[in-house]
Ligand binder design. Structure first.
Ligand code: HEC
Ligand code: HEC
Ligand code: HEC
Ligand code: HEC
Ligand code: HEC
Ligand code: HEC
Length: 444
């Protein structure tokens, strides 16, 4: 009995151990499974795809929200963390709000009513169509760290950095000064050693006072004097002639503008049509510079630059230039409204014919169908605008001699063309033969 008891006992403890063991392992396994499950579901709930989120944000939310500043609605960077911390609201609340904010306000949700009031009762669009996954992606996008720091407004260094010419000039001047100092020190050292050498050999050196000064020696030598005089006369004549023939010819003129406006970025990289801004080129004498209101058609929403940059033209530099535009038109970007404080921008005029010459854009652009680039060069590649053509009379005349008048599909020219080509005995007509060389056409 005892034995059997014993054995039973042995057995039972053994069995008990096994049972406990099995229970434990299965429990651990079960627990682990649960843990894994909750963990994985929580991962899929917390983690969205910020790239997909950005696209969703831009199509659905960007018209009212920005990440880092107030617009129609609040800034949404880290909104989930902010609401969890300040208001104790969770993701479920956000789902409900985004899908139907009006419903939450009507239902008397405290925070919903608070923020609604804060934004003067502006209604947010309802997005019942967005799935949990969509919203997770959007929230993941809003939780991303900003890639670049916000632009320093009106950085005083910004305007200086455009003045790179001055910097390189200074470097050259500095190098020259150093070179000169080295030379002087060298000469001084040579002089000193020679004197010491002469001393040691007992050679007599003439005292400075008894030597003829250099300028006196120079004046006494008539041949040297003549050569120098001729040299000065010739070189000054050369410079005066050069200067006079350049008067009024400003080819290559490239002034620094009050706002660094890049034709390369606008007309080149972003393909904006010249006539979007220079709209009067087609219809009037002048092509004109666009008013700043035209800029704001786009720049109310383009408040930063994200294109290509170089060492000289950095993102910070470009962002600073957009801030200058805002300052000039009095645009308060943080609150998305005009302040009324404007500062006119004085663009430096680059192309400028004298008053006695008449030039008409519409005649050349619309009637003759000449491309802007024929006269203004590769504008779409110009980071800084410059004068491409010399704008001399010879330049105008040459082109009138060479360019054939565009008479195709131009009823006005059909008759004249026939008459004139008979008169000149040629098939094709140049602008010159149409009267493009008559003084009165360009001078009045
Ligand atoms: C038509 C404009 C509009 C659109 C579009 C819009 N919102 Fe809003 N949103 C608002 C306004 C306005 C508020 C402030 C509360 C109010 O007035 O209803 C707000 C508030 C919020 C809040 C609360 C923020 C806080 O700090 O309390 C969140 C979150 C939010 N919006 C997310 C989104 C998301 C995500 C989208 C895109 C799917 C979106 N909104 C689209 C206008 C808009
Ligand atoms: C987004 C607006 C915009 C577009 C598009 C644009 N420009 Fe300009 N343009 C300006 C502004 C602003 C200035 C004055 C600042 C400057 O000179 O850089 C200017 C200046 C010029 C000037 C010099 C004017 C002067 O002072 O003599 C020429 C020439 C010119 N643009 C030609 C063009 C051509 C050609 C195109 C198309 C390839 C073009 N622009 C596209 C805004 C624009
Ligand atoms: C048709 C739309 C449009 C108009 C009009 C426009 N811009 Fe822009 N602007 C852009 C775009 C697009 C960019 C480049 C943004 C990017 O690449 O991230 C830009 C960039 C800029 C930048 C930074 C790069 C640079 O050129 O220095 C400045 C400054 C700027 N614009 C000023 C102006 C001014 C001044 C005007 C008016 C004369 C103007 N813009 C008119 C679309 C426009
Ligand atoms: C046949 C040559 C020619 C063509 C083509 C031409 N321009 Fe000009 N452009 C000039 C000359 C010359 C001036 C200087 C006019 C003056 O000082 O009165 C000028 C001046 C300008 C100016 C300075 C403001 C003004 O109106 O005086 C702008 C801006 C301009 N052109 C833009 C354009 C644009 C944009 C086009 C294409 C749609 C274009 N130009 C086509 C020759 C040309
Ligand atoms: C790229 C070539 C080109 C350049 C450069 C050019 N023109 Fe012309 N111009 C033409 C053509 C082509 C016509 C003929 C237009 C037409 O079909 O009526 C013309 C016509 C004219 C006319 C009208 C002539 C008439 O018979 O009615 C005047 C005035 C004129 N140009 C002035 C100028 C002046 C001033 C300049 C220099 C600042 C200039 N043009 C530069 C090509 C040019
Ligand atoms: C196609 C247009 C055109 C025609 C035709 C033309 N001119 Fe000119 N002329 C100009 C322009 C543009 C200038 C200004 C050039 C400058 O600023 O360098 C000029 C300048 C001048 C000047 C000032 C001196 C100078 O070279 O700067 C004189 C003088 C002159 N023209 C006389 C004449 C006479 C005389 C005729 C007729 C035989 C004539 N022009 C025909 C466009 C023309």
């Amino acid at each position: 009995m005892k034995k059997s008891y014993q054995s039973l006992d042995d057995n039972s403890t053994n069995n008990m151990k096994q049972v406990i063991y099995r229970k434990l392992t299965s429990k651990i396994f079960y627990l682990g499974f649960i843990l894994l499950l909750t963990f994985s579901t929580s991962i899929s709930a917390q983690d969205g795809d910020p790239v997909a989120g950005k696209a969703l944000f831009n199509t659905n939310c960007a018209s009212c929200h920005k990440l880092d500043k107030k617009m129609t609605g609040p800034a949404l960077r880290n909104v989930e963390a902010r609401l969890a911390e300040d208001e104790g609201l969770d993701r479920e609340w956000l789902y409900a709000w985004i899908r139907n904010s009006a419903g939450m306000i009507a239902a008397g949700d405290a925070y919903a009513n608070k923020i609604y009031k804060e934004y003067n009762g502006t209604a947010m669009t309802a997005f019942p169509q967005l799935t949990d996954a969509d919203l997770n992606n959007i929230l993941a996008y809003t939780a991303e760290e900003p890639s670049t720091p916000p632009p320093p407004p009106n950085d005083p260094n910004v305007s200086e950095s455009t003045n790179s010419g001055g910097v390189s000039n200074n470097i050259i001047l500095g190098a020259l000064a150093i070179l000169f100092m080295l030379l002087a020190a060298g000469l001084f050292a040579v002089n000193k050693t020679l004197r010491r050498f002469a001393d040691s050999k007992g050679v007599e050196l003439a005292e400075a006072s008894s030597r003829t000064p250099l300028w006196k020696a120079f004046l006494q030598n008539q041949f040297l004097l003549l050569v120098t005089a001729i040299f000065f006369l010739l070189s000054s004549a050369y410079f005066v002639y050069g200067y006079l023939s350049q008067v009024g010819v400003d080819q290559g003129y490239e002034p620094v503008q009050p706002i660094h406006y890049s034709h390369k970025i606008h007309a080149g990289d972003n393909g904006i049509d010249c006539k979007y801004c220079h709209s009067s080129a087609r219809v009037s004498k002048h092509s004109g510079i666009p008013s700043l209101n035209v800029c704001m058609n786009c720049h109310k929403s383009i408040y930063e630059y994200n294109g290509e940059t170089t060492a000289e033209y950095t993102k910070e530099f470009y962002d600073g230039e957009i801030q200058k535009l805002y300052k000039a038109v009095g645009w308060d970007d943080a609150n998305q409204k005009y302040t009324g404080e404007t500062q006119p921008v004085k663009w430096v005029r680059i192309h400028n014919l004298p008053d006695f010459a008449y030039f008409n854009h519409s005649q050349h652009v619309s009637v003759a169908g000449i491309e802007c680039q024929t006269c203004h060069g590769p504008v779409e590649e110009m980071e800084i605008m410059y004068q491409h053509a010399p704008l001399t009379m010879g330049w105008c005349i040459n082109c009138h001699r060479e360019t054939e008048v565009n008479v195709k599909d131009n009823a006005y020219y059909e008759k004249i063309h026939e008459e004139l080509s008979k008169k000149y005995g040629v098939e094709k007509l140049t602008a010159a033969q149409m009267g493009g060389l008559e003084c009165g056409k360009c001078h009045y």
